[in-house]
Design a protein around this ligand. Structure first.
Ligand SMILES: C[S@@+](CC[C@H](N)C(=O)[O-])C[C@H]1O[C@@H](n2cnc3c(N)ncnc32)[C@H](O)[C@@H]1O
Length: 338
C-alpha cells in the first residue's frame, strides 16, 4: 500500500476514540489528517459536516493519490462525504483543472452546514477567502468559551466568522460583541447566528482593531505625523467580562501592524485594559516559531507592567486531531484570569 494511504490509515486509527467523543458532543467538523505531524507535510484532510476538504500546500495530488484517500475517509466514517480538493501549492491554484476530480461536484460547493459543540456553522468549500470558514484547531477554545460564558459580557476580537462569539451566545452570555474589519467575514458570522435561531442575537462591529480596542480601553488613537487616518466607528470606553484575542500572524492597516512575532504587546495591552477587573482574557498566538514559554512570559510581564497582574494562567491545547510530536502546537492559547 502506498505510503500516503498507510499514513492516513494510521491517523484515522489514532483518532478513533476522539471521533467517538466528538460525535457524542455534537461535532462533525474535525481534522482527519494533519500531514505535517502524520507523515505528509503540507497535506491536510478535514471533515466539515457533509464535506471532506482536502488541501495541499506543497505539492498537488494526482487523481490516483487523491481518490484512495477520499475512499478511506468515507469508509472509516461511514459517510458519503462530498469532496472538495483545494490545491494551494501554486499561485491561483484553486482554479479548476479539466479533470472533474479537481472541480468538485456542484453539491459539494453548495452552502453546507457543519456542527461543533452542538452548534451549526456555515461551511463553504470555496469562497472569496483562502481559509475554511471555521478554524478547527480552535475547537477546544470555543468549547471553553461555551462552558464559561453564562451571564458574561463577551468581546470577540479578530472575530473572523464569529465562531467564538457563537459559542459564547450558546453558553448564555449576557452580551456578545464580534469585532473584525472584514465585512465579508462578519457576514458569515451573521449567517452563523441565523443558523442557530434559538440563540440570542450577537452584535457586530466592523472596524479596524487598533482604533476600536484603543477606544474601548480609553486610550488615545495615535496619528502618524502628516497622515490622515481613515474614518472609523466611534466607541465609548467600556470593559467586558470575557475578552477573546486571536489575531492573524501578520497584517498591516492604516492604523497599525499586527505582528505576532515582534509586537504582541500592542495588541495585548489595550485588550487587557478592556477586560474587567475580575474578568478573563483568552489570548492566542498561532505563529509556530514563537515558543509557548517565551510568549507566556511576555504576556504575563505585559499584564504586570500595566498593573493588572494575572491571578491564574492556564494553557489550552488543541484537541488530538492536531497532534504535535514535540508538544508544541503552532496554536498556543492562554486563559488569563485577573
Ligand atoms: C486568523 S483570523 C482570526 C480567527 C478568529 N479569531 C476565529 O475565531 O476564527 C484573522 C481575522 O482578523 C481580521 N483582521 C486582520 N487584521 C485586522 C485589523 N487590523 N482589524 C480588524 N480585523 C483584522 C481578518 O479580517 C480575519 O477575520
Amino acid at each position: 500500500m502506498p505510503a500516503l494511504d498507510q499514513a492516513l490509515r494510521a491517523a484515522l486509527a489514532h483518532r478513533q476514540p476522539l471521533l467517538g467523543e466528538l460525535h457524542a458532543q455534537g461535532s462533525d467538523c474535525y481534522r482527519l489528517f494533519h500531514g505535517s505531524q502524520e507523515g505528509a507535510g503540507g497535506l491536510t484532510l478535514d471533515r466539515y459536516g457533509p464535506q471532506l476538504l482536502v488541501q495541499s500546500f506543497h505539492h498537488s495530488l494526482t487523481r490516483d493519490e487523491l481518490l484512495p484517500l477520499v475512499e478511506q475517509c468515507r469508509a472509516t466514517l461511514g459517510a458519503p462525504l462530498l469532496l472538495v480538493y483545494n490545491d494551494r501549492s501554486r499561485g491561483n491554484s484553486r482554479i479548476d483543472r479539466l479533470d472533474p476530480v479537481y472541480r468538485a461536484e456542484a453539491e459539494a460547493l453548495d452552502d453546507l452546514v457543519g456542527h461543533e459543540w452542538g452548534l451549526a456553522y456555515r461551511v463553504r468549500g470555496r469562497h472569496a477567502g483562502q481559509d475554511p470558514l471555521l478554524f478547527l484547531d480552535l475547537r477546544n477554545a470555543r468549547g471553553w468559551v461555551k462552558a464559561h460564558s453564562a451571564g458574561k459580557r463577551v468581546l470577540n476580537l479578530f472575530a473572523y466568522t464569529c465562531g467564538v462569539g457563537l459559542a459564547a451566545a450558546a453558553g448564555g452570555a449576557r452580551e456578545v460583541v464580534n469585532l473584525d474589519f472584514a465585512e465579508g467575514n462578519l457576514a458569515v458570522g451573521r449567517e452563523n447566528g441565523l443558523l442557530n435561531p434559538e440563540l440570542p442575537p450577537m452584535q457586530f462591529i466592523q472596524s479596524d482593531y487598533f482604533p476600536a480596542i484603543r477606544q474601548l480601553a480609553g486610550l488615545p488613537i495615535a496619528q502618524r505625523r502628516g497622515q490622515q487616518l481613515p474614518s472609523y466607528p466611534r466607541l465609548a470606553p467600556r470593559q467586558f467580562d470575557l475578552v477573546f484575542l486571536d489575531p492573524p500572524a501578520w497584517a498591516k492597516s492604516a492604523f497599525g501592524t499586527v505582528d505576532l512575532l515582534r509586537d504582541y504587546q500592542s495588541l495585548l495591552k489595550p485588550a487587557i485594559l478592556a477586560t474587567a477587573a475580575d474578568g478573563v482574557l483568552i489570548c492566542c498566538n498561532n505563529l509556530a516559531k514563537v515558543a509557548l514559554a517565551d510568549w507566556r512570559e511576555q504576556v504575563l510581564r505585559c499584564a504586570e507592567k500595566l498593573g493588572r497582574p494575572v491571578r491564574d494562567c492556564q494553557v489550552l491545547a488543541p484537541a488530538a486531531d492536531f497532534p504535535s510530536s514535540d508538544g508544541q502546537p503552532p496554536l498556543k492559547t492562554l486563559i488569563l484570569r485577573f
